[in-house]
Design a protein around this ligand. Structure first.
Ligand code: ADP
Length: 515
């Protein structure tokens, strides 16, 4: 049975349409159909007595002649061919499928996407793409082209929910979350409610620096050591900084950290990047700095601009320790009565669970930066909604959640998240796409900050950390409340008559003499 979506829109391929037109034409030869869609003179013009067949799907030779007619641009020629004829040319190897947008031109980007879908679909074993529910119409592909994605066949919609609002540094923000995980938005909302009741979240930005760490080979460890010493010197630092900063008015080199393994030198450049997440920007700066260094050390060989000492999109202790992107602490006090009424638990139980789960449990598991309950859940949902690079959730989600009693009698809860690597931007990358821009508009932080470059991206990082705080509070509370329910049930079943343990309480010893 076909789905509603299929019935509604997409069962008509370009091929179907042409066949239908052909049937109408054959059934009603007296009715005139539109002229063939070209009128140029010369060898490529249709003949007066052209048959139905050749009009609806001209021969490969004819199509090729139209396509390659030198007096026209490629996009003009393509406008004279039907979709099926373009598909025929592509399947024959005359048109590269990846280059369809370039050939069609900016006015016909959706047509390029539609034709690519058909080509890929018909070449696949399932053949489903062309008539699938994957949407492709009414999308601004001009923003995608050359910036966001290649070989485009449509777009994947993700439900967008809004948690909150949440008060962050005295201002209320709706929290946008693109997710397919049920209860996530609702849970975050409950956390927001509890945080707002205590006056909201206060954030501190303790660092801002995107990093790139190239790998540079030298003939020997001695030469690598000399280069390291030079970079670490005032002179070396100055030369590299000047070259680096010449590439962008937003890039300000903040630090250079060097490390050697054998004869390979790693240099971790850290820079501010304004409102951009900054990987492009720092790559350009690093390249320029290495050119300046090469003049001093002609024997050096830059193996890769990224030598994984950055470290981008992979778990790494260096990020956890040194920070990458925006380093943010978000903190709040939740009154004890709110912990009881909204979060259905107690300050004591929350604090205990946080230590045992988020700190001790993660330590037992050998975690790096995973001292939290589900920071990645909230962060990734906001990343997707605001056009961030989702692969950077690896390091951006590193987070330590802390909870302790506060107030004169310890009746209230002091809660914080420490997130050293929130890698976000409000210009560049996926933030150029209109829907994502709509979300950034809703937050009032789209694009470049007009007065203080970098402030929009920093605000986004503060919002994310605060929302993570809400998520942590809510999930920890749910777990803690669940534990409480179980504890109550256990308690209600009277333990009064439980016989005293007859075995030593140490399982090892007990087992040994039971066997
Ligand atoms: P990324 O470096 O995150 O990959 P892009 O290179 O796509 O980002 O976008 C950064 C570009 O935007 C740079 O060319 C930069 O000059 C420009 N830009 C304009 N305003 C700003 C701003 N406030 N902060 C950072 N970049 C900006």
């Amino acid at each position: 049975m076909s789905t509603i979506a299929q019935q509604h829109t997409s069962t008509f391929s370009a091929q179907d349409l042409e066949l239908k037109l052909k049937q109408v034409r054959l059934a009603h030869p007296e009715q005139s159909l539109p002229s063939p869609p070209f009128s140029d003179s010369g060898s490529t013009s249709p003949k007066e007595n052209q048959t139905e067949e050749s009009y609806f799907l001209r021969s490969l030779k004819e199509c090729l002649a139209i396509y390659e007619e030198p007096s026209r641009s490629r996009s003009e020629s393509l406008s004279l061919l039907s979709d099926e004829e373009v598909i025929m040319l592509a399947n024959n190897g005359n048109i590269a499928t990846y280059a369809l947008e370039k050939l069609f031109g900016m006015e016909k980007l959706e047509r390029a996407v539609r034709i690519r879908r058909a080509i890929i679909s018909r070449g696949s074993s399932t053949g489903t793409l062309e008539s699938s529910s994957i949407p492709f119409e009414n999308y601004d592909y001009s923003r995608v082209l050359g910036a966001c994605c290649e070989n485009v066949v449509g777009y994947i919609p993700i439900p967008l929910g809004v948690a909150g609002p949440l008060t962050v540094d005295g201002k209320q923000y709706p929290i946008p979350m693109a997710t397919a995980e049920g209860t996530l938005v609702a849970s975050a909302s409950r956390g927001c409610k509890a945080l707002n009741a205590g006056g909201g979240v206060t954030t501190v930005l303790v660092g801002d620096g995107m990093t790139r760490g190239p790998a540079i080979d030298f003939p020997s460890a001695i030469q690598a050591g000399k280069a390291k010493a030079w970079i670490d010197s005032d002179d070396g630092h100055k030369v590299l900084r000047e070259a680096f900063e010449s590439t962008s008015r937003f890039a300000k080199l903040k630090s250079l950290k060097t490390a050697i393994a054998g004869r390979t030198l790693y240099v971790r450049f850290a820079t501010t990047t304004g409102d951009a997440m900054g990987m492009n920007m720092i790559s350009k700066g690093t390249e320029k700095a290495l050119e300046a260094m090469q003049k001093r050390f002609p024997e050096m060989v830059v193996l890769a601009l990224s030598g994984n000492y950055c470290t981008d999109k992979k778990p790494a202790a260096i990020n956890w320790i040194e920070g990458r992107g925006k380093s943010v602490v978000a903190e709040a006090v939740v009154p004890g009565h709110v912990v009881k009424t909204v979060l259905k638990t107690t300050v004591k139980d929350l604090c205990n669970l946080n230590v045992k789960k988020n700190l001790m449990g993660s330590a037992m598991a050998g975690s790096i930066g995973g001292f939290n309950a589900h920071a990645a859940n909230i962060l990734t949902a906001i990343f997707l909604a605001t056009g961030q690079d989702p692969a950077q959730n690896v390091e951006s989600s590193m987070c330590m959640t802390l909870m302790e009693p506060t107030g004169s009698n310890g009746e209230d809860l002091l809660v914080s998240v420490t997130m050293p690597c929130i890698e976000v931007g409000t210009v560049g990358g996926g933030t150029v796409l209109a829907p994502q821009q709509g979300v950034l508009d809703m937050l009032g932080i789209r694009g470049a900050h007009p007065q203080q470059p970098g402030q929009n991206a920093q605000t986004l990082a503060r919002i994310i950390a605060s929302a993570v705080l809400a998520g942590e509070l809510s999930l920890l509370s749910a777990l803690s409340a669940g534990h409480l329910i179980k504890a109550h049930m256990a308690h209600n079943r009277s333990q009064a008559n439980t016989p005293a343990a007859s075995l030593p309480p140490t399982p090892g010893a007990g087992l040994a003499y039971r066997v």
